[in-house]
Design a protein around this ligand. Structure first.
Ligand SMILES: [Zn+2]
Ligand SMILES: [Zn+2]
Ligand SMILES: [Zn+2]
Length: 273
């Protein structure tokens, strides 16, 4: 891919406030070579780390190593802004599958009553899962360029810790046991992990309990065939190993849940029915 190497200025990307503490948003200020294609963004200019190119249309957008949270790439993909949106066909297939009589219970949960108060599940849940499916099948880069540095850093730290432990075992004449933590199996820097955790947290925040069975079935219909504890594993791995990111996802999930559960508000239905 030939991308411009002409420096445009300094990177204007700001991480969301909560990742640094309230009122402390920092601009990145590294050398910038790209500009964001989103109309809502104000076309800020971006460094090597804070950009992502849409594989469907080739436009470049803001992207953060912390997550696919509010960045323009994520919004472009999940909110139908891409004219070649990659998730649209997956969501259309999901609609068809949900229309089957055998899916009545899941259809009800997703389309008309995700919270027990007659509100549909927030659309971010299927959108996040559909995007995760594309990452898992290689249609979208599963480890975003912007997360690679962070991933390498974490791997280096874990390797150093393991080596230190192995030397200590050796000195003490102990067997070196495999001490890799359970979450090392989970791709903590994979976009699919973050997206699945995000969908799971929104489901839980919205419906008041995890509903793992429904989530597994929804993932299966979208094309992600995994064991039943797949979602739970990803959530607990992220919570343990990347608590800051987990908290960002949780805050986002809570605000989405709040937004959508307001719809059946009695005042509102009285005013608009
Ligand atoms: Zn930057
Ligand atoms: Zn696009
Ligand atoms: Zn942007």
């Amino acid at each position: 891919m030939q991308r411009g190497r002409e420096q445009l200025g300094i990177c204007e990307f700001e991480e969301s406030e909560s990742s640094y503490g309230a009122g402390d948003a920092l601009g990145c200020r590294a050398a910038a070579y790209f500009s964001c294609a989103s109309e809502d963004c104000g076309n800020i200019i971006l460094c090597e780390t804070h950009n992502e190119t849409c594989p469907a249309c080739g436009l470049t957008f803001c992207s953060s190593p912390n997550a696919r949270l509010h960045d323009c790439f994520y919004v472009h993909q999940t909110e139908g802004q891409c004219e070649n949106s990659l998730i649209a066909p997956l969501l259309a297939q999901l609609e068809q599958k949900l229309a089957l009589p055998s899916q009545e219970a899941l259809r009800e949960f997703i389309k008309s009553d995700g919270d027990g108060f007659g509100n549909p599940l927030p659309k971010e849940v299927p959108a996040d899962f559909a995007l995760a499916a594309l990452c898992l099948t290689g249609r979208i880069e599963n480890i975003p360029f912007s997360a690679r540095f962070e991933q390498e850093n974490a791997q280096r730290q874990r390797r150093t810790a393991r080596q230190r432990e192995a030397r200590a075992c050796h000195r003490l004449g102990l067997n070196i046991t495999a001490t890799r933590a359970r979450y090392n199996r989970v791709g903590l820097y994979k976009r699919s992990t973050v997206l699945i955790a995000s969908g799971a947290l929104i489901t839980c925040a919205f419906s008041g309990s995890p509903h793992y069975a429904q989530q597994s079935e929804l993932l299966r219909l979208i094309g992600i065939h995994k064991q039943e504890d797949y979602v739970r594993d990803r959530l607990s791995a992220l919570e343990n190993a990347r608590p800051q990111l987990y908290n960002l996802l949780l805050k986002r999930a809570e605000s989405i849940a709040q937004r959508d559960s307001g719809k059946a508000d009695t005042l509102e239905s009285a005013l608009f029915s």
